[in-house]
Design a protein around this ligand. Structure first.
Ligand SMILES: [Zn+2]
Ligand SMILES: [Zn+2]
Length: 220
């Protein structure tokens, strides 16, 4: 097998599986893996932004109707050059096989969570037009993490809206009526402004979830 990103044969490269003690095989080489930067150190408790315990953006969110919707949050990787290239190829060029690249990491984080349902963020309608597969579901599928779909998208996100407009925007998601577990991990691929996650978390809380934790592959 060859590295999914650079096509170097993986068999000639020492395995780094032990690093994560994962059960899923690596699909990229060490060189490509080094290009991705894990978020570490002191970070925001909700969105993993580097710095203090609660970043300014989340402080603002906690003053809105979305206050208290999120129990805690974690983003895994920074949005550096390697990640931008990956996201572009995965999401926009629709290279679905790339969902395997971060399967070991996602598997480790999401496995063995008894009593907690994993819920993916659905695609927005405007994006669904241009994309043929749901990226977050593909990531979870490759990570062999069972998930539950509880959300439906209701409105396209307008990229040009101001922050204020986004904060007060109408609901982006609706609950699909399926039973809502008490504990939920909400999963997305890219955390940008928090709008998507906050809106989705509020819908789930309003539908009866007691705690909603966020997990995003990337923090932009
Ligand atoms: Zn490679
Ligand atoms: Zn934050």
């Amino acid at each position: 097998m060859n590295c999914l990103l650079c096509d170097l044969p993986l068999s000639q490269i020492p395995s780094w599986r032990g690093l994560f003690l994962n059960e899923l095989p690596q699909t990229i080489c060490i060189g490509c893996r080094k290009g991705f930067e894990l978020i570490g150190g002191d970070v925001c408790r909700y969105c993993s932004r580097a710095g203090i315990d609660m970043c300014e953006e989340c402080v603002q969110w906690e003053k809105t109707a979305y206050a208290g919707c999120i129990t805690s949050g974690k983003c895994l990787f920074t949005y550096n050059k390697a990640m931008q290239d990956y996201i572009y190829q995965f999401k926009f060029l629709q290279d679905v096989v790339l969902a395997r690249v971060f399967a070991p990491e996602l598997h480790e984080l999401l496995k063995r969570r008894k009593g907690t349902a994993v819920v993916p963020i659905p695609l927005h309608p405007e994006r669904l037009k241009n994309r043929t597969f749901a990226q977050v579901e593909a990531l979870l599928h490759e990570a062999r993490i069972p998930f539950q779909t509880l959300l439906e998208k209701t409105e396209a996100v307008q990229g040009q809206k101001s922050r204020e407009q986004r904060l007060t925007a109408e609901r982006l998601f609706s609950w699909n009526g399926q039973p809502v577990p008490k504990r939920i991990v909400l999963v997305d691929d890219l955390y940008t402004t928090g709008t998507t996650m906050r809106h989705a978390a509020k819908v789930l809380k309003d539908a009866g979830a007691e705690s909603v934790e966020l997990l995003s592959l990337v923090r932009s």
